[in-house]
Design a protein. Structure first.
Length: 374
């Protein structure tokens, strides 16, 4: 993104946020200076939430990872949220996860995900993160072309490695996130020889899926997920589940815009463009509730109703879709958003991870919708 979206760009998931590493800190809002694309959190350190006041579309560009396969015309998924070939249940740890999406308190895929993310970030941080996504391949200099090709190779590698994680995660929605990370990053890598600005949405969708995974894993690692898991009400069981499909060759979530595409951005903006959020977003998330100033208490109290109503609107929007994977991604965001609101009464800095997961999960759909619309 050459210009900052209406609600900000979250930085791509930089190394340092995976299990065993310190949690992210910093401000809630987007970076103060616009940049072409979000950058992953930096190694070993606190990253700004850039997820807040900028657009979730930015979240998508997070770790811009891609690999081999689906181009805009490629793939066979017409909106079912998965392919038609089912993997054997014995090969897929989440095969029997058919219940409602909720707060994830443990997942075996998180530890191996960290090094994959870090390696990809290192490749992207050699100039590609500062690219101008509006410039087509036909106008690239030899150096820019080499830069894109190197990142495309790194994305393919990351996407290939994510396939095994899709098999070992015990949660359906995590399997789906790994699948979309793989599908969109492969599609982006395939687009590089004939790249146009539209293709940047492939990187955004895949990267946002990666960021959502990172946020879920960070909440597990920090202990916030376990501490807050009981705070969100359990949704009803889904009426249908997306087929597992061929995990080695996952299909994009949809090739033509899903019904939610017409309203997803505006629904997310209910929070991000509200005056209450814009005031609250400047508070310091590293301060526990016991040390909040009267001003921070007031700003938080003012933003809670907007956070709550946005989560309610997202849940209603999810119910309009017939795509089970779309429903899962939105519902994942809803559950983490509601848990975060409930956590504010006893807020601790580690709850930033709950906040991030709630923001990023629905953001996967923004890039997917923009690309499908053409």
């Amino acid at each position: 993104m050459t210009q900052p979206p209406t609600w900000g760009e979250p930085p791509p998931q930089q190394p340092g946020g995976w299990p065993g590493q310190p949690g992210q800190g910093g401000q809630w809002g987007p970076p103060q200076q616009p940049r072409p694309t979000p950058v992953p959190p930096k190694k070993g350190g606190a990253a700004k939430w850039a997820i807040g006041a900028v657009s979730l579309v930015a979240v998508i560009a997070v770790t811009a990872v891609v690999a081999v396969s689906c181009t805009k015309s490629g793939g066979t998924n017409n909106g079912s949220g998965g392919g038609t070939t089912s993997a054997a249940p014995s090969d897929v740890a989440s095969a029997n996860d058919k219940g409602p999406v909720g707060i994830i308190t443990e997942d075996p895929s998180c530890a191996p995900w960290g090094p994959i993310n870090d390696t990809l970030y290192d490749a992207e941080n050699k100039g590609w993160l500062q690219r101008d996504p509006a410039v087509p391949a036909s106008s690239w200099t030899p150096d820019i072309q080499s830069q894109f090709e190197a990142v495309g190779k790194a994305m393919r590698n990351a996407a290939d490695q994510a396939v095994s994680l899709a098999k070992i995660t015990t949660h359906r929605v995590m399997r789906e996130l790994y699948g979309q990370f793989t599908a969109y990053l492969r599609a982006y890598a395939d687009s590089i020889p004939r790249y146009t600005a539209l293709d940047d949405n492939l990187a955004r969708a895949g990267s946002t899926a990666g960021n959502a995974i990172m946020a879920v894993c960070a909440a597990i690692s920090s202990g916030s997920a376990a501490a807050r898991s009981a705070l969100a009400s359990t949704p009803g069981s889904p009426s249908s589940i997306a087929p597992i499909g061929d995990l080695s060759n996952p299909q994009r979530i949809f090739n033509t815009p899903d019904i939610v595409c017409a309203d997803i951005s505006a629904t997310l903006d209910q929070l991000l463009l509200s005056s209450a959020f814009k005031s609250w977003v400047n508070t310091d998330p590293k301060i526990a509730v016991s040390n909040w100033s009267p001003e921070q208490q007031a700003l938080t109290a003012a933003v809670v109703p907007v956070m709550t109503s946005t989560a309610d609107s997202l849940e209603k929007l999810a119910q309009t879709s017939s795509n089970p994977m779309v429903q899962d991604f939105i519902q994942l965001g809803v559950q983490y958003r509601r848990a975060y609101v409930q956590a504010l009464q006893t807020y601790q800095p580690s709850d930033q991870d709950i906040y991030a997961a709630g923001q990023r999960a629905p953001g996967v759909l923004l890039g997917a919708c923009k690309y499908a619309a053409g």
